[in-house]
Design a protein. Structure first.
Length: 205
């Protein structure tokens, strides 16, 4: 019954959000293409429930053809517990790969709206841990893999409790807590807190 509730909530929220934000999505896609060469959307392989890979869809926020080695190295350091925060956040703050419109799309989380399609397909849930890249998941130890026991989500405990202001260890602690304590009420509480977390966040990652 609980699984049916969660899947039903995913479908209802995803469809309603897609309809409500479709004009915003169209305008954002036009702005992305107008600012820099390349398509409005991009796909990327992520690791989902129980380690299964899937293709995530997002609005493009980076210039095409940029080198991501610095970002990969920084994330790997975070996973090893060696990464230092930048300006109070565990992310590369001055990422010159990002476009001007891309920065605002990330601030408002508009770049993630296409992932509602992943929710409808069943790859993701509205609420759950964020899906890691394959190279990130390859660095996980057995304890960290426990976060993959839940279907990945658009929002979750990490997003409403600080996002990139939290260390990797704190993110994992919240994700594992979510997998262990999940309930319909917990999902509803996270959904209620998400708009405020997005609007008041300094996190542009």
């Amino acid at each position: 019954m609980c699984r049916l509730f969660k899947r039903s909530l995913d479908i209802v929220v995803a469809l309603a959000t897609l309809v409500a934000t479709f004009p915003i999505l169209v305008l954002a896609a036009v702005a992305v293409v107008a600012e820099s060469p390349g398509g409005a959307f991009f796909e990327q392989t992520r690791i989902g429930l129980a380690g299964r890979p899937f293709r995530i869809v997002k609005l493009r926020t980076m210039r095409t053809g940029t080198d991501d080695r610095e970002h990969r190295a920084y994330v790997a350091a975070l996973i090893r517990g060696e990464g230092e925060p930048q300006d109070g956040m565990y992310k590369i703050v001055d990422d010159d790969r990002r476009t001007r419109i891309g920065r605002w799309l990330r601030i408002l989380s508009i770049d993630e709206l296409p992932q509602l399609w992943n929710v409808l397909r069943g790859d993701m849930s509205i609420v759950g841990p964020r899906p890691p890249l394959p190279q990130e998941a390859a660095l996980y130890d057995q304890a960290t893999w426990a976060r993959m026991a839940a279907r990945p989500g658009l929002t979750g405990l990490w997003q409403v409790n600080g996002r990139s202001r939290l260390s990797f260890e704190e993110m994992i602690e919240l994700d594992i807590r979510y997998t262990r304590e999940w309930s319909p009420l917990l999902d509803l509480r996270i959904l209620v807190r998400t708009p405020k977390a997005v609007l008041w966040s300094r996190d542009t990652a």
